[in-house]
Design a protein around this ligand. Structure first.
Ligand code: MV4
Length: 453
């Protein structure tokens, strides 16, 4: 196992990774920006190195600064957490060139999955179900029209370099296509420096379901089952749960097996998430793959009992999956996560400042991942996630009851948070019955505005 690891992140995930290192007896090095001097990830690491001013581009995204810190501290590996440098293949290549192990997949695989159309073709080749759509990149509006006729409207244009909802256009009829093609093309060229587009059949209000995978460096791959992530607003997830009520044991097993074969063929390594859309007939279709640990990994940890960050470290250290995982992975119980954000619960405007009161709930079935504390300061430069509240029960109803109890005991004063929004969602009948899709939040917020009038 590694002697010393650098954690190239901040906030709750930096703390989560430090904790996993500690439990494995690995020495830890934190990096931090000038705005994070008093952060818990700095306090709890064995060593901490300031890598620059508050702005992300000058600190946490500054590759030479991060690599210099790793060399000065003489670490053997870097864990990137999520966001920031976690899906940057160039960074993983610089790590490799500097003889530092990047804890994640090889840069070649990260690059393949970053090119969404190539990822789609790779999945198709391995018999993972994909949506009807173009075979490769569209070379002109004319070619787009031909594919749209074949696939049938509505279709969606997506940027090859996109993801997370940027550079997409829904096209509902032939006459709309030329304008929307040019709009998507221009937007993608400006946002990603690459305007190339592909096309898929558009699914109206799908559910968003993702499979958690772990792969070792010896060709072994395991599925840690799915998470349901449809409760989101503007591509920001708010609530995730596992397992999904919509996935039957048969479908779970089929998709899991197919993905294991597929990722083994591709040479995937470490943790990864394969995203699917589910249509009204409950069919799953691959859309993209995330090559990092995700925010919502604790719900999978709760239902499988696997410490996924420890698994990441051990995989990167060369261990085999059969030494890391139980002999038979099984789902036990149900877990739900609420992302607590420092933002106005109705307006969604970010809320920076100093926390005065911070009471974290606990007790049976409750887990809170946070790097915040009373008198801590939320800087205005970074994302608004301040805590993840995870409830676990033997049934979904039990997890809901525990979550509602814990939300009522989570007290944050001094800044605004999304806690009251979560409490309202948990009162919603459709949510409680599991009757929701990716259109849920828009409908929920529209109905709430009506009531407020
Ligand atoms: C789609 C889709 C419907 N049909 N693709 C949005 C983000 C990106 N990861 C993929 N997205 C979508 N792709 C087809 N063919 C609808 C969405 C989508 C969505 C997907 C997952 C979670 C939330 C979403 C919210 C709006 C649209």
């Amino acid at each position: 196992m590694f002697r010393k690891v650098l954690v190239a992140n901040r906030g709750e995930i930096a703390l989560r990774v430090l904790n996993a290192c500690k439990e494995l007896g690995i020495r830890t090095v934190a990096v931090y920006s000038e705005a994070d001097r008093n952060s818990l990830h700095v306090r709890f690491a064995d060593e901490a190195i300031c890598i620059g001013p508050p702005r992300l581009s000058e600190s946490y995204l500054n590759v030479p600064a991060v690599i210099s810190a790793a060399e000065i501290a003489d670490v053997e590996a870097i864990h990137p957490g999520y966001g920031l440098l976690s899906e940057n293949a160039n960074f993983a290549e610089v790590c490799r060139a500097s003889n530092i192990k990047f804890i994640g997949p090889p840069p070649e695989v990260t690059r393949l999955m970053g090119e969404k159309e190539k990822a789609r073709q790779a999945m198709k080749k391995a018999k993972v179900p994909i949506l009807p759509g173009s075979d490769g990149i569209l070379s002109s509006v004319e070619e787009a029209q031909e594919w749209a006729k074949k696939v049938g409207f509505p279709v969606i244009l997506k940027a090859k370099a996109g993801g997370g909802g940027r550079g997409m256009r829904i096209v509902r009829s032939e006459d709309e296509l030329p304008n929307l093609y040019h709009a998507a093309n221009t937007e993608a060229a400006n946002a990603f420096g690459n305007g190339e587009l592909y096309m898929e059949k558009f699914i109206e209000n799908p559910r968003h379901i993702e499979f958690q995978m772990l792969a070792d460096e010896h060709g072994n791959v395991a599925s840690l089952f799915e998470r349901e992530c449809s409760i989101q607003r503007r591509h920001q997830k708010l609530i995730e749960e596992a397992p999904s009520l919509q996935v039957t044991p048969k479908l779970r097993d089929e998709i899991g097996r197919t993905l294991c074969r597929c990722l083994s063929e591709i040479g995937y390594q470490n943790a990864g998430t394969v995203e699917f859309l589910m249509d009204a007939e409950r069919h799953l279709y691959f859309i993209e793959m995330n090559t990092r640990i995700q925010v919502e990994h604790p719900v999978t940890e709760a239902i499988t009992g696997v410490d996924m960050v420890k698994a990441q470290l051990r995989i990167a250290g060369g261990e085999r999956l059969d030494a890391i995982l139980p002999s038979k992975l099984e789902i036990r119980g149900h877990a739900i996560e609420c992302r607590i954000n420092a933002e106005h619960p109705r307006k969604f405007t970010p809320s920076a400042g100093q926390i005065s009161v911070f009471n974290v709930p606990g007790g049976n079935g409750i887990r809170v991942d946070t790097a915040q504390y009373a008198e801590g300061v939320i800087p205005p430069y970074y994302d608004s996630l301040i805590a993840k509240l995870i409830a676990y029960g033997l049934t979904r109803d039990e997890a809901i009851a525990k979550m509602e109890r814990a939300l009522s005991q989570f007290v944050v004063q001094g800044i605004e948070t999304s806690i009251s929004l979560h409490q309202e969602i948990f009162k919603d009948q459709a949510f409680r019955e599991g009757e929701f899709d990716t259109g849920f939040m828009e409908r929920f917020l529209a109905a709430r505005t009506e009531v407020a009038k």
